[in-house]
Design a protein around this ligand. Structure first.
Ligand SMILES: O=C(O)CCC(=O)C(=O)O
Length: 275
């Protein structure tokens, strides 16, 4: 039966090694206990004004389609807030978290001198939301024929409990190695069930999508992905985190959102100077 591996090793280095092995083998992994209650409270407080004003209705799909995304991508009662590096100080700590740096160093670094934040979003799914279509983070790069080098690592940080009933992210373990035409059978799709504070990671080639929310509660998570330094970022960090904000950020965060060059790509006349 298909399952998402849960990493259980106690020491941080052994646990990161276990997670990397699971990502390579199964294209997905869950790690429990990554963010504590105070960090979850802090990010919820920082994002509250944006989530309070986000429209969970059809307008989200219109915005997404206008951005070049597929039609009806968010199937009802879903709030999406992006530009999280600019909007949440707590989220900046997620960007440089040793778990993510460990995964990116092992799985992206062999294919690029640098890696970068690819996209960020709070994704909050309400009662009645239906199942999202399965998709792959690598879909925009489909002109690059299979097999490809690892290009993207994605993650979902659980701010509330994730369950099969409340819209826990659907994952198809092993699908990162499938040929282009292979689709998922129902029994191959697994809902990520994990307590608040956990992180689900998956590879750019892994099929996934939000589950349907058949519960009475909202499911709350933040999405964070990384890509090779020579790819176009999914979220335009230079517009979402403009130079006046970027220069106030720690250098590691500023570098990771793309304010640095990859072998001469991305030069500018006047780079933002910061700490
Ligand atoms: O909300 C989720 O669990 C996954 C969402 C997702 O994959 C997306 O919006 O692209």
């Amino acid at each position: 039966m298909a399952a998402i591996p849960v990493c259980k090793k106690d020491s941080p280095s052994e646990m990161i090694a276990e997670m990397i092995a699971a990502l390579e083998r199964d294209g997905c992994a869950i790690v429990h206990g990554v963010i504590d209650q105070s960090e979850r409270d802090a990010i919820a407080r920082e994002l509250k004004p944006y989530l309070d004003s986000a429209d969970p209705g059809a307008s989200l799909n219109k915005i997404y389609e206008a951005e070049g995304g597929p039609a009806d991508f968010y199937p009802g009662n879903t709030k999406r807030v992006t530009a999280l590096v600019a909007k949440s100080e707590t989220f900046r700590g997620f960007v440089t978290h040793p778990l993510m740096i460990g995964a990116c160093d092992a799985l992206l670094k062999p294919n690029s001198r640098t890696y970068q934040v690819h996209a960020t979003a709070a994704l909050v799914i309400g009662p009645g939301a239906t199942e999202q279509m399965l998709h792959r983070e690598e879909d925009p790069f489909q002109f690059f024929k299979l097999p490809r080098p690892n290009m993207i690592i994605a993650s979902m940080w659980a701010l509330s409990d994730f369950t099969e009933a409340n819209g826990g992210t659907h994952i198809v373990p092993g699908s990162h190695r499938w040929p282009k035409e292979r689709t998922a059978r129902p029994e191959e799709i697994v809902a990520a069930a994990m307590p608040a504070g956990s992180v689900l990671l998956w590879m750019g080639g892994t099929f996934h999508g939000a589950g349907a929310n058949r519960s009475e509660q909202w499911r709350s998570g933040v999405f964070l992905s990384y890509s090779l330094g020579w790819l176009r970022q999914e979220e335009n960090q230079f517009l979402d985190v403009p130079p006046n904000i970027a220069r106030t950020l720690p250098k590691q965060v500023r570098d990771l959102i793309g304010y640095r060059m990859h072998l001469g790509l991305g030069y500018v006349d006047a780079p933002p100077k910061g700490e």
